[in-house]
Design a protein around this ligand. Structure first.
Ligand code: SAM
Length: 273
């Protein structure tokens, strides 16, 4: 294994005091980082997009797993530490300085890529919903392995009828298979955040035929926009939706959170034709 200085030394050497504004909570436990890097499966010679490498803890675990890493980092203070890592793994690490929300990954890779990231919560959710939206499916990414607040992770994998169930669950589950791969205690981070975290792993699944992604979004937006209302009320502004419920035998007196992902797909399917 290529010897590297302890991460705390890297942080001290480059003066990388964690910035609250950039949502920086670093991971220094190399065993934990190795376990996160193993979640996507073998990364030997695989392309990986890492968003927010910071001082490079997860990055070095990915490189040690044999990945070819492209990392997007907004905080230029981290660039010298990442340059040292690139030197230790010649030709394996490309670092892009910038805001990941403004970089289209399609422009970075010629082949499919895995995404692995420990990101601030709001950036992670925005990227996640972006990667799961869109009509083209399967996507060009092979898997997503993302650290979230545990509460958000639970919303992603939630089943119908639970409090956590909503638009995010439907978006994540209708043509992909999200799971909570690992829970991470807040004390694993420096500084520790207020809440617990969890790593979500998602792989694309088959997209149900004849369903427009945009239409499904419109249905869930309307249905969950008025969560406690009956579908009769929440969907009445969406042309054809109440007739679709009738066609499918779904009682209009039900509320959005009682419908399964398959129910929403069926409604969007009727409205997409
Ligand atoms: N991956 C490192 C680790 O696990 O220790 C750092 C994690 S820290 C939670 C999040 C990182 O994302 C920080 O380095 C921060 O500068 C970076 N970041 C925040 N917003 C970003 C954005 N919009 N685009 C790219 N990087 C961002």
């Amino acid at each position: 294994m290529i010897p590297l200085p302890p991460l705390r030394e890297v942080v001290a050497k480059h003066g990388l005091a964690a910035s609250k504004a950039l949502g920086q909570n670093f991971l220094f436990d190399e065993q934990l980082l190795t376990r996160i890097a193993a979640i996507p499966g073998s990364l030997k010679d695989a392309s990986v997009l890492e968003v927010g490498p910071g001082p490079g803890g997860l990055t070095r675990a990915l490189l040690r797993a044999g990945a070819r890493v492209t990392a997007i980092e907004m905080d230029r203070r981290c660039l010298p530490a990442l340059a040292e890592l690139a030197e230790a793994f010649p030709g394996r690490l490309r670092v892009i300085e910038g805001d990941a929300l403004k970089v289209a990954p399609e422009t970075l890779f010629d082949e499919p890529w895995h995404v692995v990231a420990n990101l601030p919560y709001n950036v992670g959710t925005a990227l996640f919903t972006g990667w799961l939206s869109g009509q083209d499916w399967p996507p060009r990414w092979r898997s997503l392995t993302l650290m979230f607040q545990q509460e958000v992770a639970e919303r992603i994998v939630a089943q119908a009828g639970s409090d956590a169930y909503g638009r995010l669950a439907v978006l994540a589950q209708w043509r992909a298979t999200p799971r909570i791969a690992m829970k991470v205690h807040r004390s694993a981070f420096t500084p520790p955040p207020k809440v617990m975290s969890a790593v979500i792993h998602v792989e694309p699944a088959t997209m149900p035929p004849g369903v427009s992604a945009r239409m499904l979004e419109r249905v869930t937006e309307a249905a969950f926009g008025q969560r406690r209302k009956m579908l009769r009320q929440s969907l009445k502004g969406l042309p054809g939706a109440l007739a679709a419920l009738e066609t499918l035998g779904i009682d209009a007196a039900r509320r959005a959170e009682t419908l399964t992902v398959a129910d929403f797909v069926a409604i969007a399917g009727v409205l997409s034709t």
